[in-house]
Design a protein around this ligand. Structure first.
Ligand code: F6R
Length: 359
């Protein structure tokens, strides 16, 4: 069942090129996005979009709302379902809600969807499990074609959700008369994503060396800015969830407003710098941590000649909108190797269930 892999999680990490290929299949033709189910929606009067999910799915929401804010002149907000439900959100017939859930059964996500249905919003679900409860509640359900995800920690569900929500948001922008200028470039690199992910998986041994550094740590700090913050959140969640190393996620620019007090000789900082507008700023934040003795693991898409980093992992130079995907593969492997070095049960981390059907 594990297809020759030691654990389901490792199998699912390695299934990502295929899962992404399947999720893209039939959905891009030339530079057009094919999502015919959306034809039934009327987006002409939408002035507000919420993206709602829990845990890893919420991280996809942050990614999605960042793209929406860049590409559309409307309000786009991402909130965890358990907060959204009780936060008195402004929802009416001009609202579109996008719900993300691998299982399609997460209690808070379903309850939030019922609530916004009653308030008159239109809804789109992104789910992985065919026929799950969410598909009976949403106006439209789009499926990631990741196949069954057995390990508790989400891996292939996350990366396929990123792929699908990218297509969805470009399509929504198009339906609202504002196809993003960079759409063609993003689609071009999305089509290459299975090969790019495959190349990242080949770095597993290199990542394993960095896991050596982490395995005896009590804490690790993940930092980055803008879209890198999505990878930061996901990398920290994955590490704490399966290895039980305490991991915090910070915007790099927020370090000096408090968290930098935690950095001392030997503290491990995992830094992402793939966003051209802010990469130089992040690099200078990294230098500040190094000056205080941090051991930095840097993930970047560029040469960093100004600095002598001991530990750098490179991802290819793809469109900056999409760097979260290859970066996350490296962070999944980092969490995985750290957890197995520590002898953890990666498929079934303590205190967690695959599908959270209680509120
Ligand atoms: C983390 C993880 C969880 C789930 C969350 C939502 O690795 O797997 O955070 O993402 O419980 O689950 P779904 O997507 O099934 O609603």
């Amino acid at each position: 069942q594990k297809g020759g892999f030691e654990t389901y999680m490792l199998k699912e990490i390695y299934e990502q090129p295929e899962a992404i290929r399947e999720t893209l299949r039939g959905r891009i033709s030339g530079n057009q996005i094919i999502l015919p189910k959306l034809d039934g929606l009327d987006l002409s009067a939408i002035d507000r979009i919420y993206i709602v999910g829990c845990g890893t799915a919420y991280h996809v929401g942050i990614y999605g709302s960042t793209l929406l804010q860049r590409w559309l002149p409307i309000s786009a907000i991402s909130t965890p379902a358990s907060e959204f439900r009780y936060g008195h959100p402004v929802v009416d017939e001009h609202t579109l809600c996008i719900y993300i859930s691998q299982s399609g059964e997460t209690a808070d996500t379903l309850a939030a969807l019922k609530m916004t249905n009653e308030m008159g919003a239109q809804s789109i679900a992104i789910a992985n499990v065919l026929g799950s409860s969410i598909s009976r509640l949403a106006n439209v359900t789009l499926y990631t074609c990741a196949g069954p995800e057995v390990a508790v920690a989400s891996t292939k569900a996350f990366t396929t959700q990123l792929v699908l929500i990218t297509l969805l948001i470009i399509k929504i922008a198009e339906m609202m008369g504002r196809r993003p200028q960079e759409a063609d470039a993003v689609l071009h690199d999305l089509k290459r994503m299975p090969e790019i992910v495959d190349d990242m998986l080949k770095k597993s041994d290199e990542v394993k060396e960095y896991a050596e550094l982490l395995k005896d740590q009590h804490d690790a700090y993940f930092i980055g800015r803008q879209l890198d913050y999505v990878s930061v959140l996901e990398g920290a969640l994955k590490l704490k969830e399966i290895s039980y190393v305490h991991a915090d996620a910070y915007y790099a620019g927020e370090l000096k407003h408090g968290p930098i007090a935690l950095i001392e000789q030997g503290t491990v900082v995992i830094a992402m710098a793939t966003q051209p507008e802010v990469a130089a700023k992040t690099i200078s934040n990294i230098e500040e941590t190094m000056a205080r003795g941090a051991n930095v693991i840097l993930i970047t898409n560029k040469e960093q000649p100004a600095l002598k980093f001991d530990r750098v992992m490179r991802i290819p130079e793809i469109h900056p909108t999409l760097t979260c995907i290859p970066v996350t593969i490296l962070l999944q492997l980092l969490a995985y190797h750290t957890a197995t070095e520590k002898g953890r049960d990666v498929d079934k981390p303590r205190n967690l269930a695959k599908s959270v059907t209680v509120e």
